[in-house]
Design a protein around this ligand. Structure first.
Ligand SMILES: *[C@@H]1O[C@H](CO)[C@@H](O)[C@H](O)[C@H]1NC(C)=O
Ligand SMILES: *[C@@H]1O[C@H](CO)[C@@H](O)[C@H](O)[C@H]1NC(C)=O
Length: 776
């Protein structure tokens, strides 16, 4: 009786609940699993939030049939209605704002757009870790809101943390640049922002660091990423390519890593147990899942012919440690792989456990989304004024002042009343958000931004960035003759650099250079050249042109880019961005095939090496370059001069016997505790008349000898300094982490002797000694 009564009540409650859920058009998501309104699921242990996650995961796996399991290890995972589980699309993207590049996210209805931050290469130029974290927080707020509304997933395959190794790479724009330390800090900060600091194991959204590893060629000179075999030395892997991924897993605690399309030393990364099972999961201890790039398992079978049969390809991937296939390959071929005994059902269970654990940490098995943390986020939490303000701040902090002859910038709106705004990117909107973007809340183009300060006169000069004809040059010259100042917004867009599209050269495309030169010659007032691009551009012609007063690099500055550009031009913002990559001259390319992965130069072949760490030749602008409207001076207030590394006696004896290693003790042998963290106090004074921000870059340089490294960024700090005042910065340098170098076998060692630190423009020497460990 009682139970009958209970059932009746429950039925009413159920109807009410269903009615309520239909009455909330914005909270359109049906629970993914464990729907409290579904009587069936209440008895399942995997739905019981009081049970530890690993027990719930095993309970669910035990209930799944083999065919179900096989259809759950692909991005469009099937529904399992008999267990009350919905289908799930694992593929969403959020590189610099919620994106609709993956099928898991759709704009429209209550979510017409999302906040589009500057492209990553741009934001990297801010050198501001709290900004990167803050952007991650905002993006994941918007992502959760869209998930609650049924329009997005919770698993985001961002960020891209591959090293920007070659300036031609079409996807360099997506990365935080060429330096491992910068990329590592970006990766950890953005991932922490996205995933939230939820209690214990919980995830706000699941981020993914991609593409592991040594993937940074898309399509160059007949070689594409689907066929590329990256030949990488142990040394380069350890001190360059793997660095951001390691930080992403260890410091960022990322919930996923994606393996890449290319091969590394003859093996597809997604089929290499050494990379996936041993390194990512074994050594670094990934708590999460490993996903393939989209169709990359199919690619190593179909394009690379790495295995004889498709079942072997499926088996190799799973045995290597892959948990999820983006694409249908595993759904199609895993069954045959198991029937042929190439893998067992238990191998599949291990993959499923990694996947379901992440879904449980996201709360997907906890019933009603609205009853969970972040369940209150909805349409009103997307494109908020505060979020859009952060997009503007990010653009302002990231713009790099490359050159400022005769201090021609900032322009004074009191004296400059009319500005000619010229160039194919002068009224850019979508171009400003680069690739892997979504639909922006709205845009302010450079033309609109400048028009807020002064009267403008507009001419595109070239119909598009390819700039194949000069028929519009005359009109642009006419404008330049009439106005008080001219701003040329030139550069690139996705038609020149993109996924699957590497550049052939580094110069401005087509006739752009000619347009700039002609307009500059015709101009009456100062000429400001603004380069909008992801990759570096060889603008030597403009550096040398006395008529060009100033050059700005604005990256792809995001939805508010035009406001930020104008704020910098008119001095509302004092620029403080620094280049996250070397700007090479075009000539550099003649000796650098894109297919050569070596970071270090090779004197036998004339190969000059890559990035500021190894390349000694001429540059247009160096890594870390960036001017300000103020002048900053620095002095060292506290700076340790020597440090001792203690090692056990046995190791020390072995060292004394071998000349090679006596110069450099292995980091793994040293006692790497806090006593090896040195603190430097640096006073930064703003000598100018404008408040500004100063970025202190700290590089280390190993003792002279066989170490090929020129120098290595080890830390950075950014500070705001009001005009005329002084700030003290404290920077930590850890001997094991920051003064070590990697030998040719991939082993990290601390060379003894005199190390040099470059702290801004100051040089400071530290003596490192190896001593016997004192037992206590
Ligand atoms: C770095 O970013 C944070 C967060 O957005 C911001 O509050 C701070 O002012 C920035 N730091 C500097 C020195 O500009
Ligand atoms: C170092 O060399 C000395 C003699 O040259 C030898 O007696 C000693 O055993 C060696 N020590 C180690 C740890 O190999």
């Amino acid at each position: 009786m009682a139970s009958q009564h209970h059932t009746k009540l429950l039925a009413i409650a159920l109807v009410l609940c269903v009615a309520l859920s239909f009455a909330r058009p914005t909270q359109g998501r049906v629970p993914f699993a464990c729907d409290p309104r579904n009587g069936l699921t209440r008895g399942f242990k995997f739905c019981n939030t009081n049970v530890p996650i690993h027990v719930r995961v095993q309970d669910l796996i035990a209930r799944l049939t083999l065919p179900e399991k096989i259809r759950l290890v692909v991005n469009n995972a099937i529904a399992v209605p008999r267990l009350g589980i919905q289908g799930y699309e694992w593929w969403s993207e959020a590189l610099h704002g919620v994106s609709n590049v993956g099928p898991g996210t759709k704009f429209g209805g209550a979510f017409p757009g999302a906040t589009m931050f500057p492209q990553v290469i741009t934001t990297a130029a801010s050198f501001n870790q709290s900004l990167w974290r803050q952007i991650g927080r905002v993006v994941s707020d918007e992502a959760r809101a869209m998930y609650n509304g049924g329009q997005a997933g919770l698993t985001y395959w961002s960020p891209n943390v591959n090293i920007f190794r070659d300036p031609r790479w079409g996807r360099g724009q997506e990365t935080p640049g060429e330096d491992p330390t910068l990329a590592a800090k970006y990766a950890a900060s953005y991932v922490q922002g996205l995933q939230g600091d939820g209690a214990g194991n919980r995830l706000k959204v699941a981020a993914c660091c991609k593409h592991y590893t040594a993937y940074d060629l898309d399509n160059w000179n007949g070689v594409d990423r689907f066929h590329f075999n990256a030949k990488v030395s142990k040394q380069d892997l350890e001190d360059t390519y793997d660095v951001p991924f390691k930080a992403c897993v260890l410091e960022g605690q990322v919930a996923s890593v994606m393996c890449s399309y290319n091969q590394v030393n003859g093996k597809p990364t997604c089929a290499d147990p050494d990379l996936l099972r041993n390194t990512i999961r074994g050594q670094w201890g990934l708590n999460g899942y490993i996903v393939s790039d989209c169709d990359s398992v199919g690619v190593f079978y179909d394009n690379q012919h790495y295995t004889r049969t498709p079942e072997e390809a499926a088996a190799e991937a799973i045995k290597a440690g892959l948990d999820l296939d983006c694409g249908p390959f595993l759904a199609i071929h895993t069954d045959a792989a198991i029937r042929k005994g190439l893998i067992s059902e238990n191998d599949l269970n291990l993959a499923l456990a990694n996947l379901i654990t992440v879904q449980m940490r996201l709360g997907m098995f906890d019933g009603e989304p609205s009853a969970q943390p972040y369940g209150n986020l909805g349409p009103r939490d997307v494109c908020t004024p505060a979020h859009q303000q952060l997009a503007l701040q990010a653009a302002r902090e990231s713009i790099v002042l490359l050159q400022n002859k005769r201090n021609s910038l900032p322009l004074s709106p009191a004296r400059i009343r009319t500005v000619g705004v010229i160039g194919p990117n002068s009224d850019a909107t979508v171009t400003m958000i680069g690739n892997y973007a979504g639909v922006a809340c709205g845009y302010t183009s450079p033309l609109q931004g400048i028009a807020r300060y002064v009267k403008t006169s507009h001419q595109v000069g070239c119909r598009n960035v390819a700039c194949r004809g000069n028929e519009l040059f005359g009109a642009a010259e006419t404008v330049a003759k009439q106005v008080d100042a001219t701003v040329l917004v030139m550069g690139l867009d996705q038609s020149i650099e993109a996924e699957t599209r590497d550049r052939l050269g580094l110069l401005l495309p087509g006739l752009q250079q000619e347009l700039v030169a002609r307009v500059a010659r015709a101009a009456r007032g100062p000429v400001i050249l603004v380069i909008m691009s992801g990759g570096p551009v060889d603008v030597t012609f403009a550096v040398n042109d006395p008529k060009i007063s100033a050059i700005l690099w604005v990256g792809y500055p995001g939805q508010a880019g035009g406001t930020a550009i104008a704020d910098v031009i008119f001095g509302q913002t004092n620029p403080g961005g620094r280049l996250p990559m070397t700007w090479y001259p075009e000539k550099y390319l003649t000796k650098v095939p894109m297919t050569i992965m070596d970071m270090r130069p090779n004197s036998a072949t004339g190969y000059p090496g890559r990035t500021y760490r190894f390349y000694k030749g001429p540059v247009v602008f160096p890594f870390g370059h960036g001017l300000s409207y103020s002048r900053f001076s620095q002095s060292l207030a506290i700076a340790p001069k020597e440090v001792s590394v203690s090692v056990p006696l046995a190791t020390l004896q072995a060292l004394t016997n071998s000349t090679l290693s006596s110069e450099a003790v292995r980091v793994s042998h040293a006692n790497c505790d806090d006593t090896l963290e040195m603190e430097f106090h640096v006073d930064v004074k703003n000598e100018g008349s404008m408040d500004g921000t100063h970025t202190l870059l700290v590089f280390s340089k190993p003792p002279p000898g066989k170490w090929s490294q020129i120098k290595q960024l080890v830390n950075f700090q950014k500070t705001h300094v009001p005009a005329g005042s002084k700030q003290r910065l404290k920077v930590g340098v850890h001997v094991c982490k920051h003064l070590s170098v990697v030998d040719q076998f991939g082993i990290r060692r601390i060379p003894s002797g005199e190390h040099e630190l470059h702290i801004g423009d100051l040089k400071h020497s530290i003596s490192v000694q190896t001593v016997q460990q004192i037992k206590n």
